[in-house]
Write a protein that binds this ligand. Structure first.
Ligand code: ZN
Ligand code: ZN
Length: 102
C-alpha cells in the first residue's frame, strides 16, 4: 500500500472513531497539544505537482536561534492545524511540546 493511501485511510478511520463534530477548537494551544492530529501530504494542485511549504517548527526554531526566517520546506502538513510540518521530528514536537521551538 502506498504511504499516501495508508495515511488517508488512517485519517478516515480515526475521524470516524472520534466523530467530526466533537472537536473543540476554542483553545488552539490546548487543541494543538491534546487534539487528534495526522500528518497529511500537502494536496497537489493543477499548477504544482509536488507543493512544498515552510515547516513551522523549523521556521520558528531558526527564528528563535538566529533571528532569521527559516526556509526548511516540507511536503507534509497537519490538516487539523493547517500547519506545514516535517514528517519526522517536527510533527511530533509541534503536537507534544508547548515550546516546540526551544
Ligand atoms: Zn521541520
Ligand atoms: Zn495539528
Amino acid at each position: 500500500m502506498a504511504l499516501r493511501t495508508f495515511i488517508i485511510n488512517l485519517n478516515l478511520q480515526m475521524a470516524e472513531k472520534n466523530g467530526y463534530n466533537q472537536d473543540n477548537y476554542n483553545d488552539t494551544v490546548t487543541n494543538r497539544l491534546s487534539g487528534r492530529h495526522f500528518i497529511t501530504r500537502i494536496p497537489s494542485t493543477a499548477s504544482k505537482q509536488n507543493p512544498r511549504r515552510v515547516c513551522k517548527v523549523c521556521a520558528d526554531k531558526i527564528k528563535y536561534i538566529s533571528g532569521k526566517r527559516g526556509r526548511k520546506e516540507t511536503s507534509f502538513y497537519c490538516k487539523q492545524c493547517d500547519t506545514p510540518l516535517c514528517i519526522e521530528d517536527c510533527f511530533e514536537k509541534y503536537h507534544t511540546i508547548n515550546n516546540y521551538w526551544l
